[in-house]
Write a protein that binds this ligand. Structure first.
Ligand code: GTP
Ligand code: MG
Length: 453
């Protein structure tokens, strides 16, 4: 990140062409640099409203017309003086203005530099900054909703009383250690234990919500597997609502794995179609089978597809038993229910989902079952507050330090040693909002942002 005395510039709209494009300047010279790039009949620096005018390149030639919006120091996203230039979304116009701004001393902003500056100037904390990145990166509406709530401070507000409670406990323990003989500072029997268990419970609740939160944020992988010709590719196409995979009546049609993402009511699901599992196939198909097994073993959830119209093979019967033993990871799908069942064909087992990939019958129920396996029944969970792995890891470490402190207290270990664990817990909790964070971590986090944000 640049020195805050420097003014930075970037295109804030996505790369490519569009109706409008925006150049954003932030820093002490944002207004004056933008003056050199903009001609208008309205004089001065009217803040907070749009002014129409013409935009000039480095040689003073008009390149476009549009609007300038100025934000005063303390009243902008970054907290610094900001100038936004709204042009047509034309790449040559935007690059001419970037060049003109650079000529007048603006530095090209690094990824996430505007958000970084907003954080340094106290406009937002680190957790909210990361949520803004997640909002920009969201691929489903639900992801966007969760990220927006966090960008507005839902997580930071929840953590604030925990931080306060912990800090209060540290101060009181410090006083008890420092003034050992004074009755006033003595920690009453059980106070430390009770406070610690309250804090621990709050951490545990947040971590529990994370498991659901992570699926919404990062998505889940779903692999379709089964014997050749059971209708895996037909089901893949049906879930995708598009003829993506080749379907024929020749067993062994699919060779390589195929991957596409679908949005299951807000849950991004990476769907993989695989080669039918069988021994003794040729070299190409055998490689497909190897990849299929690898994909299946890595998946969050497996759809084990069987042809319901004919008897199950011995290996399918084993598959059904294995699925029953791991119901969280496998859904048995009995396909081709539109066909009459041969004698010996399986009865729909408990937990198995009957469908017809050909007609679509049962596919909506299958989607509901998939979603429930991944995030639980609709309405069974509250919107998770923690969706970010970094935050969850910090909470786990906070919880561990708190439980070490509780164990030490229970074992009658002197309070000055308990203090070390309490301070560690505070350090971990504070790293979420950025209160205790190193420059190095900031660099790592902000490098995952896009330029212009
Ligand atoms: N009647 C009926 N036929 C189906 C259904 N699903 C698939 N089929 C047919 O079954 C045959 C095999 O379908 P695919 O989707 O290619 O099967 P697959 O499991 O991907 O096969 P491989 O790629 O060879 O492993 C095709 O002729 C499909 O039209 C279904 O629900 N009902
Ligand atoms: Mg196939």
């Amino acid at each position: 990140m640049h020195d805050l005395d420097l003014t930075v510039v970037a295109v804030a709209t996505p790369p490519g062409r569009g109706g409008v494009g925006c150049i954003r300047l932030s820093g002490p010279d944002a207004f004056s640099i933008s003056d050199d790039l903009f001609r208008s009949s309205s004089p001065g620096h009217p803040v907070g409203r749009t002014t129409f005018g013409r935009f000039l390149d480095r040689d003073g030639q008009v390149v476009d017309h549009g609007y300038r919006v100025l934000f005063r120091e303390g009243a902008s996203f970054t907290g610094e003086p900001v100038a936004e230039l709204w042009t047509h979304g034309s790449p040559p116009v935007l690059s001419a203005l970037l060049e003109a701004a650079a000529e007048r001393g603006a530095m090209p902003a690094e990824p996430g530099e505007f958000t970084y500056r907003a954080m340094v100037h106290g406009r937002i904390d680190l957790a909210r900054a990361e949520a803004i990145r997640d909002l920009v990166d969201a691929t489903t509406r639900y992801q966007a909703k969760l990220a927006h709530a966090q960008a507005e401070g839902s997580l930071s507000r929840t953590l604030a009383p925990l931080e306060e409670g912990l800090s209060d406990l540290i101060v009181r323990t410090e006083a008890a250690v420092e003034f050992e003989d004074e009755a006033e500072t003595d920690l009453k029997e059980g106070v430390l234990t009770r406070s610690l268990s309250g804090l621990q419970e709050a951490c545990d609740r947040l971590i529990a919500g994370f498991n659901t939160g992570r699926v919404f944020r990062e998505g889940a992988s779903l692999v379709i597997t089964g014997l050749p010709n059971t209708g895996k590719s037909s089901l893949f196409n049906r879930l995708l609502v598009r003829d993506r995979a080749i379907v024929t009546d020749t067993p062994g049609t699919t060779r390589d794995t195929l991957e596409e993402t679908i949005d299951l009511d807000g849950v991004p699901v990476r769907l993989t179609d695989t080669a039918g599992l069988r021994d003794g196939a040729g070299a190409v198909e055998s490689e497909g089978v190897r990849r299929a097994v690898e994909a299946r073993d890595r998946a969050d959830l497996v759809l084990l597809v069987m042809d319901r119209s004919r008897p199950l093979t011995p290996s399918e019967k084993i598959g059904v038993e294995e699925a029953a033993a791991a119901p969280d990871r496998t859904i048995v799908v009995l396909n081709k229910i539109d066909l009459p069942a041969e004698s010996g064909a399986p009865d729909p087992e408990a937990g198995a989902v009957p469908v017809s990939a050909l007609t679509g019958e049962g596919c909506n129920r299958l989607k509901t079952v998939i979603r429930e396996k991944l995030v639980g029944p609709a309405g069974s969970f509250e919107d998770p507050l923690v969706t970010n792995v970094r935050h969850a890891e910090a909470l786990v470490k906070t919880g561990q330090a708190l439980s070490r402190a509780a164990e030490a207290t229970a074992a009658g270990i002197p309070e000055d040693l308990v203090l070390e664990d309490l301070r560690e817990a505070m350090q971990q909790l504070g790293s979420i909002t950025g209160e205790f964070t190193t420059e190095d971590l900031f660099d790592r986090i902000f490098s995952t942002f896009c330029i212009g944000k």
